[in-house]
Design a protein around this ligand. Structure first.
Ligand code: M6R
Length: 631
């Protein structure tokens, strides 16, 4: 979380910084700020404001700030409330050193206490503010050494300071006495350098760069760099100068506009039928013999033949998609599969077993917990002698240009197009489709299903786009009307079983995220073991009941809720049994395997309309960020 952008070159820095920050606002929008070197006065001009970037833009519109070197930040609060005093950039006491940071400095309290004992007075409650004070102190020490120029002095000062920092960071530093220079450094937080002509831009993510250049140099972990309009010097943690070729951006900046939709989230829900169509064209190839369909991957899948078990690491919505994936991989393809919260896996991984496939699922490709869990798993497996325990890896992501895209060679590209709404919808859908593809591949490898059964699933997937098109239109209207009934509602329960239990969890997460209504998802059979105590008239129950293995069971569980006076909403086809629902959000009758792909649509639309009806900021809900780059 938090977005960093930094530029040095020949053009006015302010518009470049603002443009970059606009592209990074998905990383946090608690506050925003910039600092620019004013070479004429040998000082820094710093401007920050609480809340979204638009406020900063309004502040700055009255001012003319000339300067070609600057840094900017959009914040997702960790230490200190979202107030101006905690907004970045943070300055040292002379106002000559400015720092923007993404990450968490875990030993900041110790460092702060020491600095305070030395007489430094702090202006913010952040962990970041220790950094400019420490750099200034270091610069004072280095002055005595008379290093070749001020840019190099700043580089050395930052290097000495980061050696004492614990935790994670991506940072960019300015010093008024080194007016052309920028120092940037990273540890477990992304930072990418864009190479323009006579100018360089460094940012947390590629969209902030794409406007200026397509040539990039992603920084490696623990690297530090000095950027001036004349060039870049990069060093690793051993202070060895690094030379490597830049690469090109994998995706050009996509122009994303809202079309006629009020919110991106609404538009993204509507994009799901067409993304399914694209996915079918991209991933399902029919050979000449039309019965022989293979899923296309960009990597060699031979290694999958030896796989005996799968572990999936993910967070939030990606975890819910993984749970559907796990159901498919076990029940359709016959491969034992476990899904882990990435944040838990890291500190309590299961014992290492041979022939295991590890799948990291993250739409952004930047989620710190998922990246750290994957790295930990790779390290512990690589350290083993047993070849059968070596890491077999796949990542499922929507961002090829992300950290995961660069780290893991076997990538399944969700190809959903950039998602702006902080609440994931179409990328969830793309993740589900990716798991259907994997389940088909494994079923073919393991012969867990007959060709007929596999082909039946494939045909159902091929028929999906037209079903989805109708479903989105129909449920948009239904949900818009139903949303009015939720004006006074404070709690909602979502029930599902089997393949649709994760969809109940996802329905609850969507509602919580954007409408701030408390919601919880349960496996329908678990209700009677406790949560049923919550039920009463004012607690609606939304139950996913799709014909198949557990249909009757779900209907009985819904009866139990109805007997406690709950208003019962069914996500189900109109068929015998579903008359018990007070309100039916109808689904088409379809193959049970496909039911999650249908059931999720009404849930997304209902959450959307409830939040929109309440007048909330649907695309940027409070306290959230699209990409969670802190642990
Ligand atoms: O980028 P990732 O898929 O790794 O993100 C994981 C979660 O942070 C994310 O799914 C989060 O739960 C979303 N806000 C869900 O809408």
């Amino acid at each position: 979380m938090c977005g960093i952008v930094a530029v040095t070159g020949y053009r006015n820095a302010l518009p470049l910084l603002i443009n970059g920050l606009e592209k990074l606002e998905y990383r946090g929008y608690d506050s925003a700020g910039i600092a620019i070197v004013n070479p004429e006065e040998n000082n820094l001009i710093c401007n920050k404001s609480e809340g979204k970037l638009i406020k900063l833009k309004n502040n700055l519109s009255q001012q003319e700030i000339i300067g070609t070197v600057g840094i900017g930040h959009t914040r997702w609060a960790t230490h200190g409330k979202p107030e101006v005093k905690n907004a970045h950039p943070h300055l040292d006491s002379t106002g000559k050193v400015a720092v923007v940071q993404n990450g968490i400095i875990e030993n900041f309290l110790d460092l702060r206490n020491k600095l305070e004992q030395e007489g430094v007075s702090f202006q913010s409650d952040t962990d970041t503010e220790v950094i400019p004070h420490l750099i200034k102190k270091e610069l004072n020490n280095l002055k005595k050494l008379n290093l070749e120029d001020n840019g190099s002095t700043l580089l050395v000062a930052v290097r000495n300071v980061i050696a004492d920092l614990e935790g994670t960071y991506a940072l960019a530093v300015l010093w008024a006495d080194a007016p052309d220079s920028l120092v940037v450094a990273r540890r477990q937080a992304p930072l990418i350098i864009g190479l323009g002509e006579g100018e360089f831009i460094c940012a947390s993510d590629t969209p902030a760069i794409a406007n200026l250049t397509q040539t990039i140099l992603p920084m490696e972990d623990e690297e530090i760099g000095l950027l001036t309009p004349l060039g870049i010097e990069l060093y690793d943690s051993n202070n060895e100068r690094q030379y490597r070729n830049p690469t090109s951006l994998k995706c050009s900046e996509q122009v994303v506009d809202k079309m006629n939709f009020r919110h991106y989230m609404h538009k993204e829900i509507y994009e799901q039928p067409s993304l399914t169509k694209n996915w079918i064209e991209k991933y399902l190839t029919r050979n000449n013999d039309s019965n022989n369909i293979r899923v296309n991957y960009s990597f060699d899948t031979n290694f999958l033949e030896d796989i005996e078990r799968i572990q999936i690491l993910a967070c939030g919505t990606s975890r819910h998609a993984s749970m559907v994936g796990s159901y498919l991989l076990e029940q359709f393809s016959g491969v034992p599969t476990d899904v882990f919260y990435a944040s838990e896996f890291r500190y309590s991984p299961p014992p290492v077993l041979p022939n295991t496939l590890t799948i990291g699922v993250t739409q952004s490709g930047e989620t710190a917990d998922t990246l750290a869990a994957l790295s930990m798993e790779i390290k512990r497996r690589e350290s083993l002698e047993n070849k059968l325990c070596k890491p077999n890896l796949i990542a499922i992501t929507n961002r090829l240009d992300s950290s995961i895209g660069r780290q893991i060679p076997n990538i399944i590209d969700i190809s959903a197009g950039i998602e702006i709404g902080v609440a994931a919808t179409k990328t969830f859908f793309g993740q589900l489709l990716s798991f259907y593809g994997l389940a088909i591949t494994f079923a073919q490898i393991k012969q867990s299903k007959t060709d007929n059964e596999i082909n039946k699933l494939i045909s159902s997937l091929e028929n999906l786009p037209s079903l989805l098109e109708d479903l989105v239109i129909q449920h948009n209207e239904i949900s818009e009307k139903l949303a009015h009934e939720f004006s006074e509602i404070k709690d909602v329960i979502f029930l599902g079983r089997g393949i649709n239990y994760p969809i109940a969890l996802e329905g609850a997460l969507k509602l919580k995220e954007i409408s701030y209504i408390h919601a919880a998802g349960y496996p329908a059979g678990e209700m009677k073991h406790g949560p049923i105590a919550l039920l009463e008239k004012k607690v609606p129950v939304i139950s996913i009941a799709t014909p198949g293995k557990v249909f009757e069971k779900v209907i009985s569980n819904a009866q139990e809720a109805k007997a406690r006076d709950s208003y019962l909403i069914g996500i189900a086809p109109k068929c015998e049994g579903t008359e018990i629902f007070d309100y039916l959000m109808p689904l088409p009758t379809a193959d049970e395997w496909l039911s999650p792909l249908l059931a999720v649509i009404p849930l997304q639309l209902l959450s959307y309309h409830i939040a929109a009806h309440r007048g909330l900021d649907v695309d940027q809900p409070r306290n959230l960020a699209k990409s969670v780059t802190v642990e």
